[in-house]
Design a protein around this ligand. Structure first.
Ligand SMILES: [Zn+2]
Ligand SMILES: [Zn+2]
Length: 672
């Protein structure tokens, strides 16, 4: 386990600050018991966010707001947050363990249900997902339990020296938390649409509802500690579509203020300390050149974000100054416009910066503003925002962005709707060129001879919730209106050739093919790997895992020949984790999934394969395998469709859990 390092300097009596190795420690003597007047530095890009007053986390700004705050021994009273103790470290982990345990028990319950007594409601209906009880969450949203979320902690800690296992563990917790956030967000919008009617659906703020529900359930991360520095489980380059998501994972604790900090009134040293900032380009005096950043303090703006009075050295401004004084790093999150998101913006975590200078200046408006010079700390992974820009240039002109290394600009030869690039700037290997590109899996004729083929729905103008194909999916489509996977299932029935619905039907998602520009690339760590030049949204379809299907008997022959076979049954069933709400709603009735035939075929990828074949193995993958049927109805032979388990930034490697590692060769399920 790593260690949690408190700021002993700050936790000592204020007089100790003069002994700090800081050049201006003696010059700036903080006033005792300073209670800042708070003016959140509002971010212009977020002005659309309607912040429901009653649902906002009222942490440091309104310390007395939380009447239902349950005193918890884990939350050290401020006066006791003095020296480092092992219990502080335990507390950080206990928070994760507590949330992790919530997930674990939920999954255990599901597995029990999945493999326990299951029944097919009507064997002839082919509805292998019976319509369970109404899983609507509206009742829960309406009758919310009394708030019991604790006040945000005032203990400043830094989490350091996490081992590989710890990093994986925390990454898993963050991912599950975000997955849950997304599932809740989508479900609550659908729910709102259902209750208020289609036309009003757009106003539903799933992002706010989801965060509010999660806060009520105590599922926000890092509320029991104020972490300075990196947040365990959050990587440089991680992308967020909503401000509230930043709060949920604890990256930036304020829903609107651009500077997050521990106020003086809560600080044991009586000095405010800044922990993170959001740079949205909304301040006319900000200058951003990536590694170096001139950040403008907050305050003095009117409601149109125009500077109309001088800023003061108080609140977040003072906190940044104090952080500079103590040499404390701050997390930098950049927000920028992105047409492909629901809110037209996106946030990227760019890592840790140190404040090197602070001065009072006359801004462009003619009013006085505080300015801070921040420099990015060396040795961190490349900034997400610069990768983002690079990916953009690759999409428009790959050869001028990367003159060397491209072996092919589309190895699919137009078999995919989007190009699949092949890039290697490491060695002379060009192996992927030796295979015939196969965009879709080839099934044996027996798959198409199934008795139930030839049936489909009659929805000429698009499918409705009560159509035949909806029934096959248990009365609920697997996708939302934007084509994102709502809930993983043992098998999804998309509309097919025998349906009368148009190609734009919401129940035709994975059959539409690849929508992002993918790139197979050579890496020193993983051999060949796959990444996307586009941002892939959590829940979005990526591509099929294609190959030539072999029956069990055929596979035996191939195995003797030592050819490359994929065994779909070995893929870890990550779909089970997608869209699971049971950890939120104890009374959530999970649809029971009657057993479907186990995947009992192999896929030969020895001569023909597609881009998916080059995805790397990971036990914490960012891509899941979801079985789908659409061109035939034979349950034995589903397509293996790949969906994103998280928002995958451009150029980040895609990974799958192949499930079984062959102990003889160490190779993954491409073995024998
Ligand atoms: Zn239909
Ligand atoms: Zn249909």
């Amino acid at each position: 386990m790593g260690s949690v390092v408190p700021f002993q300097d700050l936790n000592l009596s204020p007089s100790a600050s003069t002994s700090l190795p800081s050049t201006n420690a003696a010059v700036i003597t903080p006033p005792p018991l300073l209670i800042p007047k708070i003016e959140p530095k509002l971010e212009p890009l977020d002005s659309l966010v309607e912040t429901p007053q009653s649902q906002e986390p009222q942490d440091s700004f309104f310390p007395d707001f939380t009447p239902n705050f349950v005193s918890n021994s884990e939350h050290t009273p401020q006066s006791q947050s003095s020296a480092f103790s092992s219990s502080q470290q335990d507390n950080v982990y206990s928070e994760y363990h507590r949330i992790s345990e919530l997930f674990r028990t939920a999954f255990a319950k599901r597995l029990q249900e999945q493999y326990g007594d299951v029944s097919v409601l009507d064997p002839d209906s082919r509805a292998i997902f019976p319509v369970g009880e109404d899983n609507s969450i509206s009742s829960v949203l309406v009758t919310r339990p009394p708030r019991r979320y604790p006040k945000r902690s005032s203990d400043l800690v830094r989490v350091t020296d996490l081992g590989i296992e710890d990093q994986r563990y925390f990454r898993g917790v963050v991912r599950r938390t975000r997955m849950l956030y997304d599932a809740l967000r989508i479900f609550s919008v659908l729910d709102e649409v259902k209750r208020r009617g289609e036309g009003l659906g757009r106003r539903a703020r799933g992002d706010l509802l989801a965060s509010s529900v999660m806060r009520d359930r105590g599922l926000w991360l890092n509320r029991d500690k104020r972490i300075v520095g990196s947040i365990p489980g959050v990587q440089v380059g991680d992308l967020f579509f909503f401000r509230m998501e930043l709060c949920v994972v604890g990256l930036h604790g304020h829903t609107q203020a651009g500077i997050d900090y521990l106020p003086a009134s809560q600080s044991s040293s009586r000095e405010p300390i800044a922990t993170s900032i959001i740079v949205s380009g909304g301040y006319e005096d900000d200058e951003d050149s990536g590694d170096m950043l001139i950040y403008t303090g907050h305050g003095g703006q009117d409601k149109f974000f125009r500077q109309c009075m001088h800023q003061k050295l108080e609140g977040g401004n003072l906190a940044l100054e104090r952080s500079m004084h103590y040499g404390i790093e701050v997390r930098v999150i950049r927000g920028f416009k992105y047409a492909g998101s629901f809110t037209n913006k996106i946030y990227v975590y760019d890592g840790l910066y140190k404040i090197h200078d602070c001065w009072f200046d006359v801004g462009k408006s003619g009013f006085g503003v505080y300015k801070y010079k921040l420099m990015r700390i060396d040795g961190q992974p490349e900034m997400g925002s610069s990768i983002w820009r690079f990916a953009q240039s690759l999409r428009t002109s790959p050869l001028s962005a990367r003159p060397r290394g491209y072996l092919s600009l589309d190895i699919s030869n137009k078999k995919e709707k989007m190009p699949v690039m092949l890039f290697n700037d490491i060695d002379n290997n060009h192996e992927p060129l030796c295979y015939e590109y196969l965009a879709r899996t080839v099934f044996p004729p027996v798959a198409f001879n199934h008795s139930s083929n030839g049936t489909g729905c009659d929805c000429v103008s698009g499918c409705t919730d009560d159509c035949l194909c909806s029934m096959k999916n248990g009365g609920k489509f697997a996708y939302d209106q934007n084509g994102f996977l709502l809930r993983g299932k043992p098998l999804i029935f998309e509309c097919g050739a025998f349906c009368k619905c148009p190609p734009s039907c919401r129940n035709r998602v994975s059959q539409q093919g690849v929508k992002n520009t993918l790139e197979i690339f050579r890496s020193r760590e993983t051999g060949w790997g796959v990444r996307s030049l586009d941002l892939i949204h959590a829940g979005a379809f990526i591509c099929e895992y294609a190959g030539v299907v072999l029956t069990r008997d055929q596979a035996k022959v191939f195995t003797m020949n030592g050819d490359s076979l994929i065994y779909p049954s070995r893929f870890s069933q990550k779909w089970t984790e997608w869209g699971d709400l049971s950890q939120i709603y104890p009374d959530y009735v999970r649809p029971s999934y009657p057993s479907i035939p186990p995947l009992d075929f192999a896929m030969d990828v020895s001569r023909m394969r597609n881009v998916a074949c080059y995805m790397s193995q990971s036990s914490t993958p960012n891509v899941l395998v979801q079985p789908v049927l659409y061109d035939h109805n034979n349950l034995m032979f589903p397509h293996l469709m790949l969906f994103a388990m998280e928002n995958i930034p451009p150029l980040r490697e895609l990974s799958l859990d192949y499930g079984v590692v062959d102990e003889w060769t160490g190779k993954l399920s491409i073995c024998n």
